[in-house]
Design a protein around this ligand. Structure first.
Ligand code: PLP
Length: 424
């Protein structure tokens, strides 16, 4: 404190000087601009709102969170316990244990036609960190990143974090929520560095087919300094057909950072394990980001992941089938509601109906002029929590997660139909 006190200050006045410093000091004024870009987000806000209403005794069905309602398969749990007992409780190498990098190299080749060596794979603390590693490695101030809305909001936040400029392109429900290649081509500038692709997509469930990916690949390859971040985390939750990895297309390996993880397909959200696959110099840069922020992913979780990859996939298939039944149920329920527009949902556990025909309608004196207002009203007055499309760069839609029990879905659909049907 003495060092802070100006020489000329009268010693007798020191206590009041101290008091002045204490009262005028606002720690929040020290926060970086970066923290402003990391909004808590509508998903968390709506999930919290349903918890608060439940705490007050209201019956609320929450279709907000994007995580499997199933527990992690037992064989994976047991592999983790065994690994702990065997002493795999120490730091992992930053890029992950060699056995898992090798197993993933094989998985990517066998299942996705991707040709990455173990040295080109880096295990991360969830796919979210994989995305952050990639964006922080590639994006500097002023670099443009093309994002295809509707998109998972974390992409935009992470790009802003890195100082990049999101270039957001929109696709409507009539376009199956997939931005046509010519609109992507028109958005490319000399400053474009990255395009973020998420197939299958959160929040729409859209899946890009080979021909569509070839068109995107051609745009990327025509640019001297542009790459793709391909987030394939929902690959095991598909209802027909197989997804194509853009990195497997000719000439695209060097142009792609493939992101994937164990959270969704294996119901391992809380375990925090994801990975990137990219050519070695890019992988080494991403390892430096991760080494700085968190170090390697949990060792016994990586051992359990070996079992997830090599062990039986019956549970993964069982969960997939259950999501498919629920998808059918949700589609049938939503399609019966006037003013709700929805196409097919070929993958994931999300429905993203367009409700623009209902915006501007009234419930009593309340005008539903935005999906934020509509979602607030649905949860407060009708006990169903959903997420407004503003959270995904698509304000005309709302997201419902059907990673929820059939009984809850039934209840939610009945409530949504009654609520939306009452709007005037
Ligand atoms: N990518 C997408 C599209 C997601 O929806 C999510 C989670 O909701 C993630 C990545 C993050 O996955 P993880 O839990 O492995 O960090």
């Amino acid at each position: 404190m003495a060092a802070l006190c100006p020489r000329s200050l009268d010693r007798a006045r020191l206590p009041s000087y101290r008091a002045a410093i204490m009262t005028s000091f606002d720690p929040t004024s020290l926060l970086t601009a970066r923290t402003q870009s990391a909004d808590e987000g509508a998903i968390i806000r709506m999930a919290q709102k349903s918890r608060d209403l439940r705490a007050k005794g209201q019956d609320v069905v929450s279709l907000t969170v994007g995580e499997p309602d199933f527990d992690t398969p037992l064989n994976i749990q047991e592999a983790a316990t065994k690994a702990m007992r065997e002493g795999f409780t120490h730091y992992s190498p930053v890029a992950g244990i060699p056995e898992l990098r090798a197993a993933l190299s094989k998985k990517l080749k066998d299942e996705n036609g991707l040709d990455y060596s173990p040295a080109e794979i880096c295990l991360t603390n969830g796919a979210k960190q994989a995305i952050a590693n990639a964006v922080l490695s590639l994006i500097d101030h002023g670099d443009e990143v093309i994002m295809l809305a509707p998109f998972w909001v974390s992409y935009e936040i992470t790009v802003r974090f890195a100082g990049g400029t999101p270039v957001i392109l929109h696709a409507s429900v009539d376009e199956d929520y997939k931005v046509p290649a010519k609109r992507i081509a028109a958005a490319v500038t000399p400053r474009t560095k990255l395009l973020i692709l998420n197939s299958p997509s959160n929040p729409t469930g859209a899946v890009w087919n080979r021909a569509e990916l070839e068109e995107i690949a051609a745009i990327v390859k025509a640019h001297p300094r542009m790459m793709v971040l391909s987030d394939e985390i929902y690959e095991y939750i598909m209802f027909g057909g197989k997804m194509v990895s853009i990195g497997s297309l000719p000439g695209m390996k060097e142009r792609t950072i493939t992101v994937n993880g164990f959270s969704k397909g294996f119901a391992m959200t809380g375990w925090r394990l994801g990975y990137t696959a990219a050519i070695e110099p890019i992988t080494r840069a991403m390892m430096r980001m991760q080494g700085t922020i968190t170090t390697g992913a949990n060792q016994f979780v990586q051992r359990a992941a070996l079992e997830a990859l090599a062990g039986p996939r019956d549970d993964v298939e069982h969960m997939r089938q259950r999501y498919q039944q629920r998808r059918d149920m949700v589609l049938k329920g939503l399609r019966a509601i006037p003013g709700v527009k929805i196409g097919d949902i070929p993958a994931t556990f999300y429905a993203f109906p367009d409700v623009s025909a209902l915006l501007g309608k009234k419930a009593g004196n309340h005008v539903m002029d935005t999906t934020d207002r509509l979602c607030d009203w649905l949860v407060e007055e009708h006990g169903v929590a959903t997420v407004p499309g503003t959270a995904f760069g698509a304000p005309n839609s709302i997201r419902l997660s059907f990673a929820a029990s059939e009984a809850d879905l039934e209840k939610a659909l009945t409530r949504i139909a009654a609520a939306l049907g009452s709007l005037q």
